[in-house]
Ligand binder design. Structure first.
Ligand SMILES: [Zn+2]
Length: 402
């Protein structure tokens, strides 16, 4: 016997009486659960892009509701005795789903009728809803135009009715979607705006959708995914958007409406400062290299080795430039590292005649890390940055031994 779906006739029914026909332990459940089949239910199962309801059956909490051919299967958190039971629907969740779902019918109808963009799929998420539109990329004018037209229908509070008929009858009335199923079908009509076969739950008049807010549109394989929200979700999201704008404006010390210009200015200032700092660091590295070279000692083979470990406050660009500058001096080897990040830079003047890449590999064989480079310039990173000092000391010892 098929479960009678009470929401087909009245999706505003929040409480109902039913008979428990079967109650069995759910296999493979993470926590103990039972599957319950009733003779009738007002709880909506996951289907057609709309998530399942939550609610109660007796004392049991409903965890999931599934469509299983003609039956509806309720997953509950405790065992129920066979026989009579009272059920109730988590109304806040259901009404939100009804707002989003009905809003989708209306928005899809506007995209189709006004702009020739058919909807190929719908998803109702916990935060955002989406429809996928077929065809070329919708412009801002199309996105705004569909939103405005849909909100106009909402402001007229047009009635929304459930209709029954055959696929043929609906086709004559101009139903867009092709229907394969035979027999009597259920369709939802938004007066003068849309007629769609659908087994979901919907509000009874357009004003109950509240408002439709269209958001981003992104490419999704061959289609265009349009994000939207309806009703109280739209109000929550708009408030959240305002708070984000307000906070960003406070940070940039400007009015929210000046944000685009202010943020653009801040980014170009940052870019120009970055260039200045890079130039200054390079000049500083040149000056410091000259000072360091004056005091560096030369070994028996006439090679100068400069081994230094820099603190976390030093800039990577500076250490890099310093290595390059030192290696410009005749027969000089630079063994540099940075605490904090654990970067190693080994560089030499070609006439020093060592192999920086081989030296780095030898050091990394003793300390965990990775890196590589050429004979004259090699770069690595220690897994444990606190070993920077020990790694540079080892490199200096290996160099003098070799
Ligand atoms: Zn529907």
């Amino acid at each position: 016997m098929a479960t009678r779906r009470l929401y087909y006739d009245d999706c505003y029914q929040r409480e109902f009486g039913a008979q428990v026909l079967t109650c069995e332990p759910e296999a493979h459940a993470a926590t103990p659960a039972w599957t319950v089949v009733l003779d009738c239910t007002a709880l909506y199962p996951t289907s057609g892009g709309q998530p399942h309801d939550l609610g109660k059956l007796g004392d049991a909490n409903v965890l999931d509701v599934r469509d299983d051919d003609d039956d509806i299967v309720h997953v509950v958190d405790r065992e129920l005795p066979l026989g009579s039971v009272r059920g109730c629907v988590d109304w806040a969740r259901r009404f939100d789903h009804m707002q989003q779902h009905t809003g989708q019918h209306l928005l899809s109808a506007m995209f189709q009728e006004r702009f020739g963009r058919p909807t190929v799929s719908f998803h109702l998420g916990s935060d955002l809803c989406t429809i996928d539109l077929r065809g070329p990329q919708p412009t801002d004018e199309i996105l705004e135009g569909a939103e405005r037209a849909a909100n106009h229908v909402i402001s007229e509070d047009r009635p929304i009715m459930v209709r029954y008929g055959t696929a043929e009858e609906f086709a004559q009335l101009g139903v867009r979607k092709e229907v394969q199923r035979s027999g009597i079908l259920r369709a939802i009509e938004i007066e003068g705006a849309d007629l769609q076969p659908c087994g979901g739950t919907h509000v009874k008049s357009a004003a109950q959708i509240g408002i439709i807010l269209v958001r981003r549109c992104t490419k999704m394989r061959q289609d265009w995914r349009v994000e939207f929200v309806c009703g109280l979700r739209a109000a929550r999201l708009a408030r959240n958007d305002f708070q984000l704008l307000y906070r960003a404006a406070e940070e940039l010390k400007c009015a929210p409406e000046d944000l685009p210009a202010s943020s653009q200015r801040a980014v170009s200032e940052r870019d120009s400062h970055f260039k200045t700092v890079r130039t200054l660091l390079q000049r500083l590295a040149e000056e410091d290299a000259a000072v360091v070279l004056q005091s560096a000692k030369t070994d028996a083979n006439g090679i100068r080795v400069v081994a230094r470990v820099f603190g976390e406050e030093s800039q990577p660009e500076y250490v890099n430039s310093l290595a390059t500058q030192l290696a410009k001096a005749e027969k000089t080897v630079a063994l540099l590292a940075r605490y904090g990040c654990g970067h190693l830079i080994f560089a030499q003047h070609p006439a020093a005649g060592k192999d920086m890449n081989a030296l780095l590999k030898q050091v990394l064989a003793q300390f965990a890390g990775k890196g590589g480079g050429t004979r004259d310039f090699a770069r690595g990173k220690l897994t444990d940055a606190s070993q920077a000092d020990a790694a540079v000391s080892l490199a200096a010892r290996l160099l003098s031994a070799g």
